[in-house]
Design a protein around this ligand. Structure first.
Ligand code: ADP
Ligand code: GN1
Ligand code: MG
Length: 364
């Protein structure tokens, strides 16, 4: 339901903010939550207001507690390191006046955080930005690596569990709720062909050979804020920070940052892996994450790119088969277009697997 500016201002008044805000306008282009930037009477952007998609994040208390735990932990680490300008290096959430970490208005859940001044995010990457992003996500995982195992809940259970995503996919195929199966049967076969190879992490975990770690699980480049000089300020979009398998945080960056085309490119000739971006991210990531990674995890990092691209292909196709119930879509076949573009990227990653896997040898 669309809200008027007046209604949004009334929502902002529920938070512990001590000046009057005048407008809240849409910002960013996420597929899940609604993000707005909030301006005061002097025309300064002061806050980010977000409506949480509680159909997807069904346990809002757990979600906001996780985010509070993560931001407090990172803040402590930054202070201990003697960092300056800490308020631009970690998100600061504003509690509601009743002390809760969100406000429920009867139909939606809202949260507010400080707008980080003089910051920007990028939709596209250069090798330099990719290297900085790799360092940032590796550092993010490092700072959170000493959180106790039960500190965070799974805000979306089994979020990056490939076996679970395949089960959802097979259930969708079985139900064929939107009658779209015939149209996508070749893609379904391509997915099934790779299914076993894509569940390595779950198998290793069952065998006790892989441990769970705290991951960001949405490592797109637009989830990093940079300063005016292109240096990283902080990692944002913390809804999916949770325990899981380590390949998530390199995999999703390769999927998004190292794609020469768009996630939903209709011209599949645009879609290829950019190896320079992959190598730059990996160098940055290894600089900050090497200390906690096992040799086996290091070897698997390029496989992470294939895995997360495969997983996203499966998730978009599942949503298309189900009749578009999960992702926001901007055209009737958007999820199918996304599926095809992700699958094309997967083919490119597979074609370049020998070089990418070989690139990791230097770190072993
Ligand atoms: P979404 O779930 O929509 O991706 P994000 O939390 O990633 O939501 O926010 C969307 C965009 O808004 C980001 O890419 C970034 O450009 C901007 N943004 C988010 N939070 C802040 C902030 N605290 N300060 C400045 N810009 C922000
Ligand atoms: C969603 O919120 P956003 O747009 O950054 C999704 C990710 C997908 C991504 C695909 C909670 O992320 O897992 O990779 O779309 N987030 C959730 O672009 O499902
Ligand atoms: Mg985001």
């Amino acid at each position: 339901m669309e809200k008027t500016n007046e209604q949004l201002i009334a929502i902002l008044k529920q938070f512990a903010i001590d000046e009057d805000m005048v407008s809240a306008v849409p910002f960013g282009n996420g597929h899940i939550n609604d993000t707005l930037k909030v301006t005061n009477s002097k025309g300064e952007i002061k806050y980010i207001l977000q409506r949480i998609n509680h159909h997807i994040f069904t346990n809002v208390d757990m979600l906001q507690n996780n985010i509070f735990t993560v931001t407090s932990h990172i803040r402590e680490k930054l202070v201990a390191r003697g960092e300056q300008d800490v308020d631009r290096k970690v998100l600061t959430f504003i509690p509601a006046k009743d002390g809760k970490l969100y406000h429920f208005d009867g139909d939606s859940y809202w949260r507010v955080c400080l707008f980080i001044p003089r910051s920007k995010s990028f939709e596209e990457v250069t090798p330099q930005l990719s290297y900085e992003a790799g360092k940032a996500f590796g550092d993010f995982q490092t700072m959170l690596s000493d959180l106790p195992a039960d500190a965070l809940g799974e805000t979306i259970p089994n979020f990056h569990n490939m076996e679970f995503r395949l089960k959802q996919f097979r259930d969708a195929v079985e139900a064929n709720a939107a009658g779209r199966l015939e149209e996508v049967k070749d893609l379904v076969a391509e997915i099934e062909k790779r299914a076993k190879d894509m569940c390595i992490q779950e198998e290793l975990y069952r065998e006790g050979k892989l441990k769970k770690r705290t991951n960001h699980c949405d490592t797109k480049v637009n989830n990093i804020m940079f300063d005016e000089e292109g240096k990283v300020l902080c990692v944002i979009d913390l809804d999916t920070v949770m325990p899981g398998f380590v390949l998530s945080d390199i995999g999703d960056f390769i999927r998004t940052g190292a794609n020469t085309g768009a996630e939903d490119d209709e011209n599949l000739d645009n879609v290829e892996v950019n190896l320079e971006i992959f190598e730059a991210y990996t160098r940055g990531y290894m600089e900050t994450a090497k200390a906690f990674l096992t040799p086996q995890e290091i070897k698997l990092l390029p496989y992470g790119g294939r895995l997360l691209t495969y997983m996203q292909t499966v998730r978009f196709l599942t949503d298309y088969i189900n009749g578009d119930t999960y992702y926001k879509i901007h055209s009737p076949k958007h999820n199918l277009i996304r599926t095809k573009a992700q699958f094309k990227l997967l083919l490119s990653l597979e074609a370049h697997a020998p070089e990418m896997d070989g690139f990791m040898q230097t770190w072993l």
